[in-house]
Design a protein around this ligand. Sequence first.
Ligand SMILES: [Cu+2]
Length: 118
Amino acid sequence: MRQVVITLAALGSDFVGTSTERALAQSAAPARVIEIVVDGAYAPDRIVVREGERVRLRFVRHDYSSCTREVVFPWLGLRRELPPHQPVTIELPALAAGEHEFHCGMGMVRGTIMVQAR
Ligand SMILES: [Cu+2]
């Protein structure tokens, strides 16, 4: 990982890659961890990341509602149980620019990942 960082630094502002190359370069950086507290809602319920950024969402559920027992990422085909008070980390792939929703098992409680274009 260190080697990749040094290489990119050496290339400096002359580095003009395709968006895929930039995304790959970005993916070498450590993932940013974003904690989301679940207590009748997602807090925060709006998460802003950059295109290609590696992100881990760390859900900590503090309610006992059957509603928020599961979190669903439809565009990933992912559904995960969130046991109370027990953090669950979901590593996201590098995302394309746009809005990506996640929601509870029944689709009532919702959150949005806003991916900003580079
Ligand atoms: Cu629900």
